[in-house]
Structures are given as structure tokens and as C-alpha cells.
Design a protein around this ligand. Structure first.
Ligand code: SF4
Length: 446
């Protein structure tokens, strides 16, 4: 087995990509035998991330570059990939959420120049927060500002003790009081030693009931009508206590869980609640997304095309274009969060080439994808850039191992508070950078 080659310093400063908190106070040491030691600041989830990346790097380097399952050189792989793109009528590019901003920019450029559909991943579209933001706008603050100013937290369908384990520490929750409104579907941690405040919880039996709860809370906040007469029993007393806490707080940190992205109605309620709470007390909304750099990919795609997530660049009449040269430059960006999603296009057999980036996180998510979606993906001709072994690598027409940002390449990522942070390279590796590979591919395409 190949030994990991630690850069020539004993403890290497690192940024953990275990969740979107991107903790940058951790260091990594690798022994001569290749054992990885994370500094004590790193939580168990973060340690898992570093260990997973180390194992994935070893595997993908061992597999190497392949064309049609056979070992190939970098030049052969790029040439074959270019031939496939030139022959394709409807390429789909996806799998951007663990890439750095520069790598995402390279993939968006590839989509623009080849007239592809680009989606950030291949799941059902998760645009609840985006739609809400268009209605409400957004107030942001750094993690440090929130820690210094917010002494009350409200978690809505969020379990950061499980998904973002050091959130309590980063937000200095030991000085805070907290509330959580959630459904009983949400898996929450009851393990001792959590650095969260003692939470007062309201637990709903369904997402609809949680939606109602936020609606009634908004009615109390706005003082509209006489909500006390109609509000379900039990909630009024809780709302009264919560609003007393809000009135006396210096700041309120509202943390929305990942489920909001898939529930536009609930997301809109939460965004509106945050705006209305600002009439009472300075209030921030932090979205505890679980996909690594999806916020970065949304921003990069929006900067380049005007639209986030699912963008169609194929042109208005892709069927009339006999080859890429007939289509290139004609693809005006079109956006529909359902119509152009990867999941929808794959279900309708509307793609004839898949270009994707496969990371260790994608490997974990794979078994949870719907069977039909997995079969559709496995049935497509494909060019895969992979930093971890994945079922889509075997059988790929072109498979090229690529470096993972924060492990064997450095790059910029967007943190939970929307601050850009550079994740440094921890180890030297044989894997190539995705940005350079896509540049080579674009050059080959001419
Ligand atoms: S809280 Fe998140 S970023 Fe921080 S060490 Fe844990 S997994 Fe890594």
C-alpha cells in the first residue's frame, strides 16, 4: 500500500470539511506508518472525514486513469473525453457540491462551452431556501459576530449536535438559552456532553404541523388579529415565553436545518419569521446545509448564468443540432428548478452523456438514491472525475482520479456564514487537480 506523503512539517494546519462549519483550528499529523492524528479540536465527525479522504485517496490512486476500463495516460483520457463530448447531443454535468470554487467555475465553463445541462447534484431539486430568499432577502453575519452578539438561539428542524457538532462551541452557546421547533421525524442526539444550550422543544407530528406552528408564531410576532383565541392549546404559552426571551435578548441566531431546502413552504415561513423577528431584536438566519460547498456552487452558477442549481444551456432546439459545433454558442441559459433537474432529465432519458465529479460524500449518498435514478446513471456513457471509489467509476468510459480540496489540493470554499475560506493541501499526492484537467479538456475541444 502506498504511504501517505505528509508535507514536510510535523503538524499541518487543516480545514475540516466534515460539515459546513469548516473548522480551521485543527491540525493533522501523519506518522511514518501512515496513521492519521487529528488535533483534539476536531470532532468525531471531522475525524471520520479526514480518515475517509485518506482511504479514498489511496484507493483512487491505485485505480488510476482508465479509458473503457483499461489503464490510460492523461492525454489519452482527455482526448477520449473530448471525442465523447463532441459526439453528445445532450450532456449532463453534475456533482459539484464538494469541489472548490475554482473547480466549480471550471465545470460551469465546460457547461457553457459545450451546451450542457448543469445541475449541482442529481437528487430532486432542493430550492426551498432559494425561493424564500427571492421573497425576503437575507441578513448575514460571521460566526464570530453571531457568537459575540446572539444570546438566544432558535433551531428549526435542525439538529446541529448531529450534523454540525461544534456549532455550540463556535456560537458560544454556553452563554445562551435555546429553543427548538421540530418534527418528531428529525433525529436528535440525546448523548450527554453536547455543547448546546438546554433546549426548550416544541415537537410536531408532521411537517405540515411545524408549518402551522411557525405560522402561528409569526402571527404573535406581528400582532395581527387575535391569534391567542385561535392558536392550538399549549403553543400560546410557549410563544409567550419565547417572545419574552426575544425581547430581552441582544441577538437571536435562527438555525434552519437541511430539510428546509426540500420544503419551500416551510422555508418561506422561516425566512419571513426571521425578517419579522428583526423588528423585535437583531436576528440572523444560518442555514445548516449538509452538502459541503453547495452554497459555493449555487453562487458560481448564478454569477455565470444568472440562475442557480438546474440550468439548461443546450439551446432552444437541441434536437436540430447535429453536433456540438452546431449547438455551441446557441445555448442561452434557461432555468426551471424542476424541468432541468438532473433527476428529471434522467427519468425522461433526456441525457446521452454524463460528466460528473464523484467524492467520498457521493459514495456515502449513493445507496440512498432511488433505484431508478441509480439505474439511469449506470446506463449512461460517462466521464467521471473521482476522488473516491464509487459505483459509477467501474464501467465509466473515462475515469480520472482527482485531488480533493482540503486533503491533497487547496481551494476556496463557502462556509455556513457565507464567508470564503481557503482549505489548504494536507498531503502531497499523485492525483491531478480538477481545474487543470477541465482546462486541458476545453483546450482539446478547441
Ligand atoms: S464541527 Fe464540522 S467542520 Fe468542525 S471539526 Fe466537526 S465536522 Fe469538522
Amino acid at each position: 500500500m502506498k504511504e501517505l506523503a505528509l508535507l514536510p512539517i510535523s503538524r499541518t494546519p487543516a480545514v475540516c470539511l466534515g460539515c459546513t462549519l469548516l473548522c480551521d483550528d485543527v491540525t493533522i499529523a501523519i506518522s511514518e506508518r501512515g496513521e492519521i492524528h487529528c488535533s483534539e479540536q476536531c470532532c468525531a465527525r471531522g475525524i471520520d472525514w479526514f480518515l475517509r479522504e485518506a482511504a479514498a485517496e489511496r484507493q483512487s490512486v491505485a485505480s488510476g486513469i482508465r479509458c473503457g476500463g483499461e489503464p490510460a495516460t492523461q492525454g489519452e483520457a482527455i482526448q477520449r473525453a473530448a471525442e465523447m463530448i463532441l459526439a453528445a447531443r445532450s450532456p449532463l454535468i453534475c456533482g459539484l457540491t464538494s469541489a472548490s470554487l475554482a473547480e466549480q467555475q471550471a465545470l460551469v465553463k465546460l457547461a457553457l462551452q459545450t451546451g450542457a445541462v448543469i445541475d449541482l447534484d442529481w437528487h430532486a431539486p432542493q430550492t426551498g431556501n432559494l425561493v424564500a430568499l427571492q421573497h425576503t432577502g437575507r441578513i448575514t453575519a460571521t460566526l464570530g459576530q453571531v457568537a459575540a452578539q446572539a444570546d438566544l438561539c432558535l433551531l428549526i428542524e435542525a439538529a446541529p449536535e448531529r450534523t454540525h457538532p461544534r456549532m455550540g462551541e463556535r456560537f458560544a452557546w454556553q452563554r445562551s438559552s435555546g429553543w427548538r421547533f421540530r418534527t418528531d421525524d428529525l433525529s436528535v442526539e440525546s448523548a450527554p456532553g453536547l455543547e448546546a444550550p438546554a433546549l426548550t422543544e416544541l415537537v410536531c407530528s408532521s411537517a405540515d404541523e411545524l408549518n402551522d406552528l411557525i405560522w402561528w408564531l409569526r402571527a404573535f410576532v406581528r400582532g395581527i388579529g387575535d391569534p391567542a383565541q385561535q392558536c392550538p392549546p399549549g403553543w400560546k404559552e410557549a410563544f409567550d415565553q419565547f417572545l419574552v426571551a426575544v425581547r430581552t435578548a441582544r441577538g437571536v441566531a435562527v438555525v434552519g436545518g437541511a430539510a428546509l431546502a426540500g420544503q419551500p413552504a416551510l422555508a418561506l415561513q422561516v425566512h419571513q419569521l426571521v425578517r419579522e423577528l428583526n423588528e423585535w431584536c437583531k436576528t440572523w438566519l444560518l442555514l445548516a446545509s449538509e452538502d459541503r460547498n453547495a452554497a459555493g456552487a449555487e453562487s458560481v452558477l448564478t454569477w455565470s448564468t444568472g440562475f442557480p442549481r438546474c440550468v439548461d444551456l443546450r439551446g432552444n432546439n437541441p434536437d436540430e443540432a447535429p453536433a456540438r459545433n452546431g449547438r455551441i454558442g446557441k445555448g442561452e441559459a434557461r432555468w426551471s428548478r424542476t424541468e432541468f433537474s438532473a433527476a428529471k432529465l434522467l427519468a425522461g432519458n433526456e441525457c446521452d452523456l454524463l460528466i460528473c465529479c464523484l467524492t467520498a460524500e457521493e459514495e456515502i449518498a449513493w445507496p440512498n438514491l432511488p433505484t431508478a435514478l441509480r439505474e439511469a446513471l449506470l446506463g449512461l456513457p460517462r466521464i467521471v472525475f473521482y476522488s473516491s471509489d464509487h459505483p459509477l467509476v467501474a464501467g465509466a468510459d473515462v475515469a480520472i482520479p482527482v485531488a480533493q480540496v482540503g486533503w491533497d489540493s487547496s481551494g476556496d470554499l463557502i462556509r455556513l456564514d457565507e464567508l470564503t475560506l481557503t482549505a489548504p493541501r494536507i498531503i502531497a499526492s499523485e492525483r491531478l487537480g480538477l481545474e487543470g484537467l477541465v482546462a486541458d479538456l476545453l483546450e482539446e475541444l478547441g
